[in-house]
Design a protein around this ligand. Structure first.
Ligand SMILES: [Zn+2]
Length: 143
């Protein structure tokens, strides 16, 4: 595995908009894969379906609550007194790459990039082992 992390300037919005999101079904609490091209959030386990085209005024993403159109994110776990979360596998692998890398390069003048906006506790080297364990827990939830 490479130990170099390259910040190519991805933003949190890139991960939200360009990839499928993993949500928790509000009816059966199992995993929903919300296709990023789809206007409906639907659960293959219980048949729950939500047409987001009818929710024009609703915020798609409420960061503080980790809620996406009333659905909790699937990838959430307690870590270092905080909560580690990701929208999807791509986002999780990005965080893993960042946290496990020894060398981090940053593109200048890209302050919006996710890497530059990660919270301090995620950048703290003393939290690294616990962060890696939390990422492993979330990876198991992908299976
Ligand atoms: Zn369901």
């Amino acid at each position: 595995m490479t130990s170099r992390f390259n910040d190519i300037g991805e933003t949190i919005d890139d991960f939200f908009q360009n990839n499928d999101k993993l949500l928790e079904c509000i009816r059966c609490q199992r995993m929903i894969v919300w296709k990023h091209t789809s206007c409906t959030i639907s659960c293959t386990h219980c048949g729950y379906i939500l047409d987001i085209g009818r929710l024009r005024n609703a915020a798609p993403w409420r960061r503080n609550e980790r809620i996406c159109y009333a659905h909790r994110l699937w990838l959430r776990t307690p870590c270092c007194g905080e909560e580690l979360w990701a929208f999807n596998k791509e986002h999780l692998l990005f965080l893993e790459s960042y946290i496990t890398s020894k060398l981090r390069s940053r593109k200048p003048n890209r302050n919006q990039s996710l890497a530059s906006r990660l919270p301090r506790w995620m950048k703290d080297a003393s939290n690294k082992n616990e962060l890696i364990k939390a990422i492993e827990r979330l990876k198991k939830k992908l299976l």
